[in-house]
Design a protein around this ligand. Structure first.
Ligand SMILES: [Mg+2]
Length: 236
């Protein structure tokens, strides 16, 4: 067993991501994107080419609005206006954006093993839910998940960068050597947490949003890579 896996059972601070860590999320966006590309039915561009133009739009707008179905709907509308054959009919534009806005009320499926693992972790450690996105939308997802009872602190943030982790750790008085960030996204969970001097658990998800993927970087903290959320119970 590598040295970095040697975790003691003493109480620690576990900061846990939500989307695609506790419940499925990106797969609903992926489904909408597939339906959008089919609906657009572009005469010259391949599906992959349409997708990469949508990715460009999402990247360009990612700093402007909090991540969520509303921003996604706006991006689908922008993509539709850019690529659909003129004249663009308002009802077609509305149908394109509805593929995004419908996700606000889309029930999220809880990832297998999550409730029982949180039940195991909650009495042993200080659990903190830390999720990025639109405050109203993320609150709705947290409430409907029924998982908030396991967390001592819940926070919805606009961005998950090193300064966000720095600020969270300082405000909550967390000892960084005994604090772990647990999540599926290298860009939002693992790398900025390591950069802020925390430890990290990376649990890759098959549908992680493309813009959230990047190489895992090294930090002074420890890094554990797990296949499933349920494996946390063996380490904490
Ligand atoms: Mg996530």
């Amino acid at each position: 067993m590598p040295e970095c896996w040697a975790v003691t059972l003493a109480s620690q601070h576990l900061i846990i991501d939500a989307d695609d860590t506790l419940w499925e999320d990106s797969s609903y966006f992926e489904q909408s994107i597939e339906e959008f590309i089919t609906f657009l039915n572009h005469p010259a561009l391949s599906r992959a080419q349409v997708r990469s133009i949508l990715d460009e739009i999402e990247l360009a707008n990612s700093g402007l609005h909090p991540f969520g179905s509303r921003a996604f709907a706006r991006n689908l509308g922008e993509c539709y206006r850019r690529l659909a054959k003129a004249p663009i009919h308002p009802e077609d534009l509305a149908r394109a954006t509805e593929l995004g806005s419908r996700l606000l009320h889309q029930p999220r499926r809880i990832i297998q093993g999550v409730p029982e693992t949180l039940h195991h972790l909650a009495p042993r450690h200080n659990l903190i839910l830390f999720t990025k996105g639109h405050p109203v939308e993320q609150s709705l997802k947290i409430r409907t998940s029924g998982l908030a009872i396991f967390f001592r602190h819940v926070e919805i943030t606009r961005a998950k960068n090193p300064s966000a982790y720095d600020s969270l750790s300082t405000r909550l008085g967390l000892d960084r050597a005994r604090t772990w960030m647990i999540g599926n996204a290298p860009r939002s969970d693992v790398n900025p947490a390591l950069a802020a001097g925390l430890n990290a658990v990376y649990i890759p998800h098959a549908h992680t949003w493309r813009l959230e993927n990047e190489e895992i970087s090294q930090g002074p903290g420890r890094l554990i890579v797990l296949e499933k959320f349920g494996e946390l119970a063996q380490h904490f």
